[in-house]
Design a protein around this ligand. Structure first.
Ligand code: BDP
Length: 679
């Protein structure tokens, strides 16, 4: 399918009065940089001028027009006027300046990526209706690494993908087409600077990506396309590659032959892809091989790869998603939530400088609500990346509307107290709390070959927001949402208010009709869609709630599994007590009786019932709100979203009824308000 839309980058023709404001500016551009340094930026400006303003932008050597856009590297611009100080890769400034008696809008940066980001910012501001006359903006990306992780397989399937097949692979071949470039544009427009294109579970042909010249040639072209937009290519690798590819009988990271093999492999890789970013590794995790197989530690494994990449400036991103996935469900004392910390805390300080540990936001696995992983506050001498799941595996699989911005913001704003007050997750993963060089955020992609890229049109907002937060985690989600809606749906006030309301309340609604209070996991096994209260109760994954007729959930307090002890004070104490634990997370941390009174005065059971009814009512309301927008937005988009909301409502009711009935049967206590719960 080659037909696709461009999400927030559709440069539809602006209304006449807006064209009148901006057209003059986009008639000419004067570069103060080498041609190749501004090529991508100029192409984008010209595209916008043509599509949105109906004008042809000319590139000139001198400032002639009354209004002109100037693009330049700051060393050259500093010969003309005082430039702001920029340090980090990708930073830029936008400034209105009088030069040679003319009005100019200057886009200044220290590198090509910064010029690209600055250009997209100018275009965004023009589209949002800002005037250039008073423009004075300096922007620096907060996180050095702003990554998208694709779980795409070489056969074209996508693990946990809900938007069609892979945009990168089909039938064991690498895809390179117009869409590849448009994807790079979409990502660069929101500041993403790294993409891992293949699944962390590296199986079959994917092992050969780092070796087979056929793949390396294709990847070098892909890397070039992305490189023009300041985005580096990374690959997931299988830790046992020397066994699959080198025909060794081991992949022991301390074996000299294995070390040499990886070094040679790195050299080969960089000869094809000079600005290759590095490796992402899922090791000793869910059946993926790792150093433990050879009696070595994660540090041994990661460091060996890091040493191989180091001469070329590459990094190793090593995931901390490590736990026993074959545990005995009858054993009351193992607690999966503790695993990442137990595995990696003892290794803090042992990793090379170009190793980064990538940790999922919560201690379990991308549930609709979990506490922030205690590992963020625990690793003081290790680079860290926060992993978020943009693809909605456990949050409705892009059939349900579930906008994750507000939730991600809570995670970023969580204060770990690692170095006292103010040790927010966002300050750990931007490198400032522990003064680390390589840190950042990674989001598991929700993109596929569907015409709208994300299946659900409104799920585009999750991709957009993820990137904006990686650029600036202090930005208000409300502002990000406003921008995204305007860029995607235009400026109609009713449309804006309605969609904003839906987005901002959708995660809560989903949480209510599925598993509130941090319970999680009541999904169908394997595909993880739809309710199944005991779907994961009697298998080996460590995901138990152990409900009986009196109480539910695992006691993770100091009197139980001791998970709360992995946090710094005061969280350790706050989470530890059923009285002070935030109610949103009550069933994550505590085993609670159904008749336990919550702060509202209601019992846990009654609240469970109420929330499930409320969640469904909210979806009903979203659906009605959307229906009022008919005729006000593009009919294709309108219909696509309408269809999904209709299915969401049906499935939300199923969630409500299955979960409420489950609790009713366990307890025999009916709803106080006499609503129908199926016996
Ligand atoms: C789980 C997914 C699985 C992934 C795994 C991971 O169900 O498909 O491979 O996470 O992150 O949530 O490695």
């Amino acid at each position: 399918n080659n037909e696709y839309e461009l999400c927030w980058l559709e440069y539809r023709r602006l209304p006449d009065w807006e064209i009148a404001c901006h057209r003059e500016w986009f008639k000419s551009a004067v570069p103060f940089a080498q041609p190749w340094e501004v090529e991508t930026a100029l192409t984008e400006l010209k595209t916008f001028a043509r599509d949105a303003l109906g004008t042809k932008m000319l590139v000139e050597n001198t400032i002639q027009n009354q209004r002109t856009i100037i693009l330049g590297k700051i060393d050259k611009l500093s010969e003309l006027f005082d430039v702001p100080k920029l340090e980090r890769e990708g930073s830029f400034f936008l400034a209105h300046r009088k030069l040679s008696g003319k009005d100019t809008l200057v886009i200044g940066a220290i590198d090509t990526a910064g010029l690209v980001y600055g250009t997209f910012e100018v275009i965004k501001r023009a589209r949002l209706g800002e005037s250039f006359e008073k423009m004075n903006v300096v922007q620096t990306p907060a996180m050095p690494l702003r990554m998208i992780n694709h779980w795409d397989n070489l056969d074209g399937s996508v693990e946990r993908g809900y938007s069609g097949r892979s945009i990168f692979f089909e039938k064991d071949r690498v895809i390179l087409n117009r869409r590849t470039r448009d994807y790079a544009r979409l990502l660069a427009s929101v500041g993403i600077n790294g993409v891992v294109i293949n699944n962390v579970n590296v199986r079959g042909k994917a092992v050969q990506l780092i070796d087979d010249e056929k793949y390396l040639k294709a990847l070098s072209k892909l890397a070039e396309v992305f490189g023009n937009y300041g985005i580096k290519l990374y690959l997931s690798v299988n830790f046992a590659s020397p066994m699959y590819l080198g025909k060794f009988e081991t992949a022991d990271p301390l074996d000299d032959r294995i070390k040499k093999w990886w070094k040679d492999q790195a050299r080969k890789l960089y000869s094809f892809i000079p600005d290759f970013g590095g490796f992402l590794v899922k090791a000793d995790s869910e059946f993926n091989p790792g150093p433990h197989y050879f009696g070595r530690t994660h540090a041994d494994g990661a460091n060996m790869l890091a040493e191989a990449l180091e001469p070329f400036g590459g990094v190793v991103i090593w995931r901390t998603f490590v736990y026993n996935c074959l545990q005995d469900w009858r054993d009351y004392n193992t607690d999966r939530a503790k695993a990442a910390y137990e595995n990696f805390k003892p290794l803090d300080g042992q990793f090379r400088d170009n190793v980064i540990l990538q940790t999922k936001f919560g201690p379990m696995d991308f549930q609709v609500r979990e506490p922030v992983s205690p590992l963020f506050g625990a690793l003081e001498r290790t680079n860290q990346i926060l992993e978020l799941q943009i693809t909605q595996e456990y949050t409705g699989q892009q059939i349900h509307l579930c906008y994750l911005g507000p939730f991600w913001k809570e995670i970023l704003d969580f204060d770990t107290f690692a170095r006292g007050r103010g040790s927010f997750v966002k300050r750990i993963v931007d490198g400032t709390v522990f003064n680390r060089k390589y840190c950042g955020m990674a989001g598991v992609s929700n993109v596929g070959r569907d015409p709208n890229w994300t299946g659900h049109d409104l799920a585009q907002a999750n991709l957009y927001t993820f990137a904006r937060l990686a650029w600036n985690p202090d930005e208000l989600v409300e502002k990000i949402v406003d921008d995204w809606i305007t860029l995607t749906f235009g400026k109609d006030e009713e449309v804006k208010a309605t969609i904003k309301h839906m987005l901002m309340n959708s995660h809560r609604a989903y949480e209510k009709y599925t598993t509130p209070f941090g319970l999680g996991w009541m999904v169908n096994p394997n595909h993880h869609y739809g309710p199944n209260p005991e779907g994961y109760e009697y298998s080996k994954w460590g995901t138990y709630h152990r409900a009986n007729h009196e109480a539910i959930a695992v006691d993770r307090s100091s009197k139980g599994t001791g998970f709360t002890l992995q946090y710094h004070s005061p969280w350790r104490e706050i989470f530890d007590s059923i009285e002070t634990c935030p109610e949103d997370l009550l069933l994550f941390f505590h085993r609670v009786r159904y008749d336990h009174k919550l702060r509202s005065g209601k019992t846990l059971l009654q609240s469970m019932y109420d929330l499930h009814f409320e969640g469904v009512e909210q979806v009903e309301e979203f659906l009605k709100a959307w229906q009022r927008l008919e005729g006000k937005i593009d009919p294709v988009k309108y219909k696509r979203v309408l269809e999904r909301l209709t299915v969401q409502l049906e499935h939300a009711k199923e969630w409500r009824d299955v979960v409420n009935t489950y609790f009713y049967r366990k307890t025999g206590i009916s709803d106080e308000r006499g609503r129908k719960i199926y016996p």
